[in-house]
Ligand binder design. Structure first.
Ligand SMILES: [Zn+2]
Length: 118
């Protein structure tokens, strides 16, 4: 399952950040998912809940933002975004285009819980 390995990767990043900040608990995690990454937010949500179980991100809220693909037109050099279904250039209407990004999974933000007891 693709989403499970992504969730583990995200958890690793979160744990690294938590260590840097001396945080004990994670409240919210925001992820940006490229439209071409072929990730189902629901599956990722389920996988995330599974991998954080019992750890510092246990119960953390996962927010996912779908990001459009980036496309470069080889005919007119125009750069544009695509929702992943249409890759024709909006400027010159040719379909001689190359995808330059859109399958990444990026950790945008992590919110750590305030330390309420010492
Ligand atoms: Zn073009």
């Amino acid at each position: 399952m693709h989403e499970l390995s992504i969730a583990y990767g995200v958890l690793e990043q979160i744990e690294g950040l938590a260590q840097q900040h001396g945080a004990k608990r994670v409240e919210e995690v925001e992820l940006e998912i490229g439209v071409l990454a072929q990730v189902f937010p629901e599956s990722l949500q389920a996988a995330f809940e599974m991998v954080v179980e019992g750890g510092l991100a246990h119960g953390a809220k996962l927010t996912t933002v779908i990001k459009n693909a980036r496309v470069h037109c080889l005919a007119c050099d125009h750069q544009f975004e695509s929702d992943g279904t249409n890759f024709a250039c909006p400027a010159c209407r040719k379909a001689r285009t190359e995808v330059t990004g859109g399958d990444e999974i990026l950790l945008i933000s992590v919110t750590f819980a305030e330390e309420d007891e010492k």
